[in-house]
Design a protein around this ligand. Sequence first.
Ligand SMILES: Nc1ncnc2c1ncn2[C@@H]1O[C@H](COP(=O)(O)OP(=O)(O)O)[C@@H](O)[C@H]1O
Ligand SMILES: [Mg+2]
Ligand SMILES: [Zn+2]
Length: 574
Amino acid sequence: MKWTKTFVPTLREAPSDAEIVSHKLLLRAGLIRKLTGGVYTFLPLGLRALHKVEKIIREEMDRAGALEVLMPTMQPTDIWQQSGRYETAAEVLFKVRDRAKKEWLLSPTAEEVITTVAASEINSYRQMPVNFYQVSIKFRDEIRPRYGLMRAKEFIMKDAYSFDVSDEGAMASYKKMYDAYKRIFDRCGLKNFPVEADTGVIGGNFSHEFMVPAETGENEVVFCEACGYAANVEKATSGIPKTAAREVGGTVEKFATPGIVTIEALTKEPYKVAANRQIKTLIYVADSKPVLILIRGDDQLNEAKLAGVLGTTIFRPAEAAEIFEALGAHPGSLGAVGVKKFSVYVDERLRGANDMTTGANEDGFHFKNVSIERDIQVTKWADLRTVTAGEPCVKCGKSLKIRRAIEVGHVFILGTKYSDKLGATYLAEDGSRKLCVMGCYGIGVTRTMQAVIEQSNDKDGIVWPVSVAPFTVCITPLSVAADSAVMQLAEKMYAELMARGVDVILDDRDERPGVKFKDSELVGFPIRIGIGEKSLAKGEVEIKPRGGAMLAIKPEEAVEKVMKMIEELMPRTS
Ligand SMILES: Nc1ncnc2c1ncn2[C@@H]1O[C@H](COP(=O)(O)OP(=O)(O)O)[C@@H](O)[C@H]1O
Ligand SMILES: [Mg+2]
Ligand SMILES: [Zn+2]
């Protein structure tokens, strides 16, 4: 491609609404343009990089035996009603109406559609295992679209769905995708690592997210350097000790605590109740009913874990008026002693705890000497707390760390949730009818492309891995007169590299060398070949890997050298 024949609107400054470096660089390098919040146009070079990411994904999905399909983006609502997600996913669903006022949904993922296909097309155990995938535009009505392609309202996702005859079969399909994902992100040149992920409402233990470490990532990952344990903070557990039981006698005692409405305040004189001897009582509204959640005073509630326990993602903290109506007191004086009307979910760390202090459901009063099992009617014990850095690893006891990361992919065992609701059954070998066991597997394609930039850049611009760069080589002649020796050599190398299958761009603009160099660094081509009159007179051209040292080389050796460099720079997968 000749630079003058393509379209690369580079910018010296990023628009002020671009907050993170990758978003700025996508705009500055002329790869994308914003239409409106969360909605972007891919310009020619951005699209080339995106297509390279997609190609890697397709190659690895095909290698793993998955079959590419293309499902409708516009979907009727009935299958979403059947799956239950018309309600449970309502927050992110885009709804549109046709001329007959019939409602349609714009697909955020395609479990309902693929399960409908399976319900009619998979009849026998002989047709499984099978895994269908697609690369397509998805829509999500994100509350806070931000960071460019990272969290968009319209984006490209690769989604795959496996169908198996058994749980073991589903596990094998899952493992294949897990391995394929590792290869995909490695080949994109991304440092990446899988972490145990929250399985939310579906439950079970088979979900991993593929994470790219980045300060700007929206996820927090808990990890152990000693044994390799890694989990999203939404899922992570630790080996932190439970609350120590104490030798105390007697029963619950009420005492006055005028004006005391925080855990912190109760730790001070004259009360001096340590936070780890207090119970924090939180009120949420789930399914239109208040529920009580108890965690230790020095712990934080993890809402993702709560969703798993409540079996729904539709819940919210109760408002002050609702709390007062339910318990007859205001936040800061709440507790679960004697509460029988509402469900009480208690964090495992409080199991066996006694000599605890908690609100008395009377403003200005607390109870002390509370023994949870004796004094509180527990509906369910569950892991509800958030792990913090420095706690002992749940596997090996060494100290846990926390870092931020970008979720680029997600693999998930679905079980029979969708096949049950949408009737995807098959005739088993023993003649009985059974439900297909499903898995689903997503990759944020556009997010992955941006994650590459977020991870790989310097003060001058993007540093593309050769596998996903819009062009691998940029030839930069310093004079562009058609009859100049410089331009003739540039054209010759351009033709040779193209003939050898290299994606090469020839910067044939009549611009100052400084401008050309700056632009090629900004866009981030992995290898630049500089050809100038002076060096050519010395019998040399200059090869510069992006971010590496310049190398002067004889013109006739340049193409060979570049081919070798490309080979060496290509990201590997283990
Ligand atoms: N709003 C979005 N913008 C860009 N990519 C997204 C968005 N939402 C999800 N993705 C990508 O799609 C992949 C699969 O989506 P999924 O796991 O269903 O999303 P989530 O974890 O947000 O519920 C995610 O791993 C992520 O890479
Ligand atoms: Mg996810
Ligand atoms: Zn460990």
